[in-house]
Each structure stands twice: as C-alpha cells, then as structure tokens.
Design a protein around this ligand. Structure first.
Ligand SMILES: *Cc1c(COP(=O)(O)O)cnc(C)c1O
Length: 396
C-alpha cells in the first residue's frame, strides 16, 4: 500500500552503527530504524540468542507459561518502579493496553466515569484508533471517523493548563518524557515532578510513554529516572527488542492487579523468540558501565552538535533533546526532509521529526569516533545546504 514515503535506499547488511545498501554503499546509521536498533546491527549476542531460540521454540501462545517472558519481566521489574509486566508487539499496542489499564483501574475502584486521559499537544502515541486519539494530531485523525472518546489535550509543559483540564472524569495524565515524533522536545524535569504531584493530589494515574525514550536511550534505563519520579504505569517498545518487535506495559501492582484473565491479551505478545531478544538486549544495556558510556557519549554528541550549530547558524538554530535522542532545529527556509536527504548524500542516516527538526538517534553502542564521523558528515551537508540557500536568496 502507498502508506510510506520511502527513500530509495535498500539495505542488505549491517554491523554495529553501519549499514550497507544492496549496491554496496556504506551509511552511518544515526537513526537506528527510528530509535529501535538500540544495540546496533547484527550484535553478535543478539544474533546468537535469536538464532538459538528460533531453533528451539519460537511461539507457543499465552495459553502456557513462557520462561523467557517470565525472566524478562522479572528483570524489568527488578530494574524499574514496576511490579509486573505485560508484553505486546509494538508501541501502539503497549499504549493501547496502558490506556485500557488506567480506565480499568478507576472502573474497578468504583469510578467508571473516570475514563479521560490528559495528553499533550505534539504527542505521539501510535496509530491505532485509541492511540491516534491520544496523539490528537488532526492530520493523522482525518478520515477515520470519530476519534475514541476521552482524550483531552493541553499544551506541553503548561502546568496551569493541566490543572484546568482535570475534572471528575479524569483518570490519568499520559506523557512522553521527551516528545520524539513531535520534535524531540524534552519535558522539563520539574514539570514531570509537578505532574507526579498533581496526580497524587487528584488520585490520577501517571502514565508514561517511554516507547522511544526507554531502554537506555536517555542515558538512564528509563528517561523518567532523571526526574526522580515513578509513574504508575509505563509503556515501552522500540529499543527493548533491539529491532525484534516487542512492546511492554510496566505497572505497579495497584494498576496491574485489575487486568485479570479475560480483560486483555495478545496472541504473539511476549513469545519465546521476542522475549529471548529482549533478554539479550537487557544483557547488553545492563552490563557494567554500559549506561555510563551512553551518558558520556551522549554528552560528547551534545557538545559536538552545539559546536556544529554555532558554525552553521544559516541552516540550524539549536540542539534539543537528551541522551542519544537529540534534535537539530532547522531554519524555516530548509525543511528537515531536505536536510535529511543532504545528510544521506554525505553517508549519514537521520530521521525527521515534527517542528522541522532533524532527529539524531544513533544506536547506544556508538563511540566518540562514530560521533566525529557523523558530525563531519553533517558539517559537509550543512555547508552545502547553506551555499544552496545563498544561491536561492542572494545577499540584499
Ligand atoms: C513510535 C512510538 C509509538 C508507536 O510505536 P509503534 O511500535 O510504531 O506502534 C508510540 N509512542 C511513542 C512515544 C513512539 O515514539
């Protein structure tokens, strides 16, 4: 179906942060398949684990116990705020389940009228009908009939607007610690703390969408840890499978206990193969020193991109984001799509995001050498883009 505007690039092989096309060109992958190939391409431990698991048993269904899922869930519980985990296959599906979980919580506590979730302008929560409604983007909703009820949108970062939106029907506040698709906009850590406090004040659940920010991308295992808060429930996907489709809902007991048999489910979700992949990714991300390395490389990337921006004020005006999820703000005269294409021409893959931002989301395994190569490629791309701009609009 004509669903995507695909670039005319086809990759046949990857290794670490590098990808090779079928016609032999090499690219440095600072997009990670949209922040998903968290430990790079063809990571030997992930490859071996998947191959070994595939040779044993891939899928049995949730009619039976799944030891790989039990182990992965226990490890996620041990390293997070959560008491239990539900496995799904994607981010949208994890969010869909999270939305059901917050509604069920209030219904089971005698408040079925509390089914509204406060969401934020610029959010992205997925493409199913409910997650689209949570996303709230008019363009994405157009033509699909009435949105799912119960999502109230307020400006990102505006605490007064949040307070004003709380009513007798409010069940939860749902937010990405860093808006990814919406333009790599980090929430203020203080704002996240205030959301936690307002949820406690009004008996609401704090539901975090860490589909893009989780599994080490921020330099901590979960981005909300930077704010020193704990959500009641959280979704994860993208990076947790390292490229193998896997999503998860992590929840505290007071939320999780209401999702009894028959309330929610999936056929594939949490199957032996997906969870083996998830465990292999965790082996890497939880290894001694790995997250410190992510954090230190991220700071180096941050400094390098800021230096780059100061060299090219004609085409980029700033850096935003956190960890290895950063965005370069392009000037209005250049679209992020053109900028992305200019980077491709220099051998570098990035991803466009909202608000005319070029998103930089390399695999977590990158080194400073990769950063230097990427910045050199962007330097060349920006130089050419600036020259093209000058030609278009000669100095007055
Ligand atoms: C990508 C993304 C989703 C949707 O995930 P899919 O796996 O594409 O369904 C949801 N929330 C956030 C924050 C995302 O970045």
């Amino acid at each position: 179906m004509p669903t995507y505007n695909r670039a005319d690039l086809a990759f046949e092989r990857g290794e670490g942060a590098w990808l090779w096309t079928t016609d032999g060109r090499r690219f440095l992958d600072f997009g990670s398949g949209i922040a998903t190939t968290s430990i790079g391409h063809a990571h030997p431990h992930l490859v071996r684990t998947i191959a070994e698991q595939a040779a044993k048993v891939m899928h049995t269904s949730n009619l039976y116990r799944v030891p790989q899922a039990e182990r992965l869930a226990q490890r996620l519980v041990d390293t997070s705020f959560a008491d239990s985990v539900f496995f799904a296959n994607s981010g949208a599906e994890a969010n869909e389940g999270m939305i059901k979980a917050v509604r069920k919580y209030h219904a089971e506590n005698g408040h079925p009228e509390k089914f509204h979730t406060i969401c934020f302008e610029g959010a992205f929560h997925g493409r199913t009908l409910a997650t689209l409604s949570a996303t709230g983007n008019e363009k994405y909703l157009a033509g699909f009939g009435p949105p799912v009820q119960g999502f109230d949108h307020v400006p990102f970062g505006n605490m007064n607007a949040v307070r004003d939106a709380i009513g007798p029907q409010t069940a939860a506040i749902m937010i990405e610690p860093i808006q990814g698709e919406g333009g790599v906009r980090p929430a203020d850590l203080r704002f996240l703390k205030e959301l936690r406090a307002v949820c406690d004040e009004f008996g609401l659940l704090l539901a975090l969408d860490e589909v893009q920010t989780g599994m080490g991308r921020s330099g901590k295992l979960w981005a909300h840890q930077w704010a020193g808060i704990e959500p009641d429930v959280m979704s994860s996907a993208k990076g947790i499978g390292g490229g193998f489709p896997l999503g998860a809902i992590l929840a505290k007991e007071h939320v999780a206990k209401h999702l009894k048999p028959g309330t929610h489910g999936t056929t594939y979700g949490g199957n032996p193969l997906a969870c083996a992949a998830g465990n292999a990714v965790l082996d890497v991300v939880l290894a001694d020193g790995f997250l410190q390395q992510v954090d230190s490389t991220a700071r180096y990337l941050w400094d390098s991109l800021n230096a780059l921006v100061s060299r090219h004020p004609q085409v980029v005006t700033g850096v935003r984001g956190a960890g290895l999820l950063l965005g370069l703000q392009c000037v209005p005269e250049i679209t992020n799509g053109d900028m992305q294409a200019a980077a491709v021409a220099e051998g570098l893959l990035t991803v466009a995001a909202g608000q005319n931002v070029l998103r930089v989301a390399p695999p977590l395994i990158i080194t400073r050498e990769h950063v230097d190569e990427a910045v050199a490629a962007l330097d060349r791309a920006f130089t050419k883009a600036a020259a093209a701009l000058r030609e278009k609009a000669p100095a007055k």
